[in-house]
Design a protein around this ligand. Structure first.
Ligand code: ATP
Ligand code: MG
Length: 395
């Protein structure tokens, strides 16, 4: 008999053509997450099994890994005889008080004698005979005992905890998250990671107009996302001061934000090219501010060919806040430091910008050169879920 943590894959199991790639990636991601533990992993298309002494801590860590539907802990037995299963279920049930129970049998060894139902009835009858004052309740039992008869072993376990769902990080490519210090963009990043996208982040920094504390806030947000993003988020920090100052000097006030955001998109698309990312991800939400009307998004989006994914575009602010609280970014996001988009906001930004005007205004400044110069300022910060592992690239 061995203690075992059992992982159920959920949505993953529908990816029949790629299942080996998905499972191998999930295993690699779990290996990285559990690096400081002693454990062993075995897996097949049905289940992943983890053998360890640190059951509860390992279970906690697994709740930060995407691609897992449910995490259960239980016992593995090599002796598959029905007699042995009955005795073992009885032994396990004797350890906790309960008044009703249910036995669920899953029989992936199709040569095993009987059907799932007859086996479950057999085990149930044995339990009723040996423990007084209990009953079977199939709808709302105190204890639901699951018995899985697999090819080489039997697993016995109870109710599990839900995992995060989604797909294993890195199974669906890489995206570049525009990460500001606000509430929306970290949530957008989390939702993209959930769909198997590995993210890197880009932050537009405008010293001295923004304080170093604004960057620190972005680093702290990235550290929370690193937990879900296979333990690290790289932040590409871009000096945006010069572009902003030139826009403020040369562009009509009501188009400041439109032009600033077109430049952010252009730089993001170029960084995507350099890191082999397939999409830009950001925290825009329809109607939230002037630059997020559909018309504004269209005019801003026109600056790039790269797909722009907006995971929270249909969410209400309250829904975004709720998720931010759940994933642990909210308290960081509400720290008071302003980012570069909020400091120069004009009173009446255009909500219905004209693409031709945007093109005209773009000719007023040598943006190609400014973008080139901005990219040269790039610094790459490696933000790990463990602060002591952080470092900065020497470019
Ligand atoms: P958030 O709460 O995510 O900051 P917001 O409501 O403040 O969003 P905006 O400031 O208009 O909205 O920004 C929209 C999106 O553009 C942000 O969600 C983020 O993805 C991106 N963005 C804004 N400012 C920056 C920045 N300084 N660096 C990187 N990305 C940014
Ligand atoms: Mg913002």
């Amino acid at each position: 008999m061995k203690r075992v943590v059992i992982i159920k894959y959920g949505e993953l199991s529908t990816k029949s053509d790629n299942i080996n790639f998905f499972l191998k990636t999930l295993k690699n991601n779990i290996d990285k997450k559990l690096a400081s533990f002693d454990y062993e992993i075995k897996y097949d298309h049905g289940r992943m099994l983890i053998f360890t002494e640190d059951i509860s801590k390992v279970k906690e860590k697994l709740q930060e890994v995407f691609g897992i539907h449910e995490i259960c802990d239980g016992f593995l037995y090599e002796d598959k005889s029905l007699e042995n299963i009955k005795v073992n279920v009885l032994e396990l049930l004797k350890t906790s008080p309960f008044s009703s129970f249910k036995i669920t049998v899953k029989r992936s060894d199709k040569n095993y004698p009987g059907t799932s139902i007859t086996i479950a009835k057999d085990i149930g009858a044995y339990i009723l005979k040996n423990i007084p004052n209990i009953k079977v309740d199939v709808n709302n039992p105190d204890l639901n005992v699951i018995v899985e008869i697999r090819l080489n072993e039997v697993l016995i376990y109870g109710r599990g905890v839900l995992g995060l769902g989604g797909y294993p990080v890195s199974t669906l490519g890489k995206g570049l998250l525009m990460l500001s210090g606000g509430i929306d963009s970290p949530v957008a990043g989390y939702l993209a990671i959930k769909r198997g996208v590995k993210i890197e982040a880009i932050y537009f920094d405008s010293p001295p107009h923004t304080s170093p504390m604004a960057l620190k806030k972005v680093e702290d947000l990235a550290r929370v996302l690193a937990k879900y993003n296979n333990t690290e988020v790289k932040i590409h920090v871009i000096g945006f001061t010069k572009i902003q100052e030139e826009i403020i000097k040369n562009i009509p006030k009501n188009y400041l934000i439109t032009m600033m955001r077109r430049m952010m998109y252009k730089i993001s698309a170029l960084i995507c090219g350099s890191i082999n990312a397939h999409a830009i991800i950001n925290g825009e939400s329809i109607g939230q501010v002037a630059s997020q009307t559909l018309k504004s998004m269209q005019v801003i989006n026109e600056a790039v060919k790269m797909p722009v994914i907006r995971p929270v575009c249909t969410y209400d602010k309250l829904e975004i806040i709720e998720l931010a609280k759940k994933i642990g970014t909210y308290d960081i996001s509400i720290r008071p430091y302003e980012d570069c988009c909020t400091i120069f906001v004009p009173e009446h930004p255009v909500i219905n910008p004209d693409i031709n005007l945007a093109h005209e205004y773009e000719k007023l400044v040598d943006f190609d050169n400014l973008v080139y110069e901005a990219i040269k300022t790039r610094q790459i910060l490696h933000i790990s879920e463990k602060e002591e592992n952080n470092f900065k690239d020497l470019l």
